[in-house]
Design a protein around this ligand. Structure first.
Ligand code: DON
Length: 563
């Protein structure tokens, strides 16, 4: 029963879009100098225009981020958070954590009733689901260190877009119409998003424009203090939530040391905790590194087996060991050590599936012991930025701050509300990811940069909750093992396994029936659904001649723009 309910919730999460990966080999936009690939053409264009004006990748990041908050309300945000990986043209790399935090008043059992049972929807819908947003703090952190043109010029295009409106796409109309009832249920007034939307209708967001103006005029205080904070705290309280002025004032984004590792001839840089992305990606890639992957047919039974078994073991570790590094002691080096990984893979057999019930977390010596969007940018100076940002599920908590026009996240559901009980992505967790005041919830977001021989090769990332890590994994392998172009790689059908539930999710019609039959006889359970979509990867590949190829995912409205 539990398994069935999980499958149901997965399908709800991923049915907003059509399954539209293409089988024909396509080449993405190719440009000579600079490119932005994001979920909406308006945002990619705004970012690319900033680059054309002489701005750098960081300026473009800020402009793109605010533009997505307007043009892509399902996930673009100022009421959410995310992560950034960067690589400067001199090869220096870094990571920014602007993940949401639990409110000061949060506590371990806040989503349980007196009998210790999870209260349905409390961590996903409405004001109690909201974490303290990090996006605006993140944008200013980036600007302070790397910004090169006036901040006002970076945010103004988003203000204009909010005030003058943009035409919504067919996918957006469907998604908004599907969410209308939830907006209605959660809010005390009729939000802007509740209407009978049709493709091409103009969405104008005046209150959001005014909030963005306060950010333009007062900096981070325009969001975390003053009128915006007042409207935020008042409305959350009205809806029964627990966020204070102090929560907002205290929020800070943090520079962190990214996870870096080698996969064959490639150097990979990805996000560290509180995202599990980099650690799991390192574990999985290191698990398969001893194999001649390019000799195994792409998306064949053997390929799916190898990636599934590596993923199964990594997600089991994720559930046990991983949580906010500022709160729990996580043995990152031990978990990504080659000897440890090889030992974890010793039980792998080509002859039959290892049931998840027989796989637990590994043994680490000396350890004491729990709708997103991505954009990739390369500028004309050779700097690269990889950002994944989210409200968590589509339109987050569905709370639209009255008078301020922005949507609040439901990131609190990424904590483990109760050990062993799955969250909306079917992920289980333990003490390491338990709720605590001001703690950051564990994420799967995996903004990544790949280098070859010390030179920039690829910038990539995706939404997709728990499937983010395996989508990034498959796109790296598509390019480095199977020599695919960027668009060709993004277009490939994807599959996913995360230890629990013990199923391989597959995009429909992407895998041949013989492969699936063989997998079943080896003991794998396959889950396919007509509308299942795994990730929306937006990526840029540096081609051998130095030009850039964009990979914009056709599963969404994603677009590459550059020059
Ligand atoms: O941080 C995480 O892992 C999730 N909140 C990401 C959510 C997501 O990717 C939703 N997109 N489909």
């Amino acid at each position: 029963m539990k398994q069935l309910m999980l499958l149901f919730s997965f399908s709800l999460l991923f049915t907003n879009c059509n399954s539209s990966y293409t089988k024909k080999k396509k080449i993405g936009l190719i440009v000579q100098k600079a490119m932005v690939v994001s979920a909406k053409v308006e945002a990619s264009k705004i970012g690319s225009d900033i680059l054309k004006r002489g701005g750098n990748a960081y300026d473009a990041m800020i402009a793109t981020h605010f533009a997505l908050a307007v043009a892509y309300p399902v996930a673009g945000n100022i009421g959410g958070g995310g992560f950034m990986i960067y690589r400067n043209n001199d090869g220096t790399k870094g990571a920014l954590d602007f993940r949401e935090k639990a409110p000061i008043s949060a506590h371990k059992n806040m989503y349980l009733d007196s009998a210790g049972t999870i209260i349905k929807n409390k961590s996903t819908l409405g004001a109690n689901a909201v974490g303290i947003p990090g996006s605006v703090a993140g944008a200013f952190k980036v600007y302070e260190r790397f910004g090169s043109i006036p901040f006002k010029a970076l945010i103004q295009p988003a203000i204009d877009l909010a005030r003058n409106g943009f035409k919504i796409t067919k996918k957006q109309a469907i998604s908004l119409n599907n969410t209308a009832k939830k907006f209605q249920k959660v809010n005390t007034y009729k939000t802007l998003f509740e209407a009978k939307w049709k493709e091409g209708a103009l969405l104008k967001q005046e209150e959001l424009a005014q909030t963005l103006e306060r950010i333009r005029d007062f900096g981070r205080a325009g969001f975390y203090e003053g009128k915006t904070a007042e409207l935020f705290v008042k409305y959350v309280a009205q809806l029964g939530g627990v966020i204070s002025r102090e929560d907002l004032q205290k929020y800070t984004a943090i520079w962190r040391k990214p996870i870096t590792f080698e996969y064959k001839d490639y150097q990979i840089t990805s996000m560290t905790l509180p995202s599990s992305g980099g650690i799991c990606l390192a574990q999985i890639l290191k698990s398969i590194a001893p194999y001649n992957v390019s000799d195994i047919e792409h998306n064949s039974t053997k390929y799916i087996q190898l990636l599934t078994e590596a993923s199964r073991r990594s997600y089991a570790d994720r559930a046990h060991f991983l949580g906010d590094i500022d709160f729990v002691n996580v043995p990152i080096d031990s978990l990504t050590a080659t000897d440890y990984i090889n030992q974890r893979m010793q039980s792998f057999s080509w002859d039959k599936a290892t049931p998840s019930s027989e796989v637990s977390h590994g043994k680490i010596l000396g350890h004491e012991s729990d709708e997103t969007t991505h954009y990739s940018i390369i500028d004309q100076f050779g700097n690269a930025v990889s950002v994944t940002t989210t409200l968590n599920t589509g339109y987050g908590s569905k709370v639209v701050v009255k008078g301020a026009g922005f949507i609040l996240n439901n990131e609190m559901d990424d904590f483990s509300s109760k050990p062993g009980v799955p969250n909306v992505y079917g992920l289980v967790g333990s003490k390491a990811n338990a709720i605590a005041p001001e703690k950051r919830m564990l994420s799967s977001m995996t903004p990544t940069i790949v280098e070859k021989n010390g030179k920039l090769k690829m910038v990539l990332g995706t939404p997709g909750g728990s499937t983010i890590i395996t989508s990034i994994l498959q796109n790296i392998l598509n390019v480095v093992e199977y020599n695919m172009g960027m668009q060709e790689s993004v277009d490939q059908p994807r599959f996913h396994h995360q230890w629990l539930p013990d199923i391989i999710r597959m995009e429909p019609e992407g895998f041949n029936s013989k492969t699936k039959t063989t997998l079943k006889t080896l003991g794998y359970t396959i889950y396919e659904k007509k509308t299942l979509v795994i990730g929306k990867v937006d990526a840029i590949l540096v081609l051998p001649n130095g030009s850039l190829e964009g990979g914009a995912d056709a599963r969404g409205d994603d677009a590459a723009v550059g020059f």
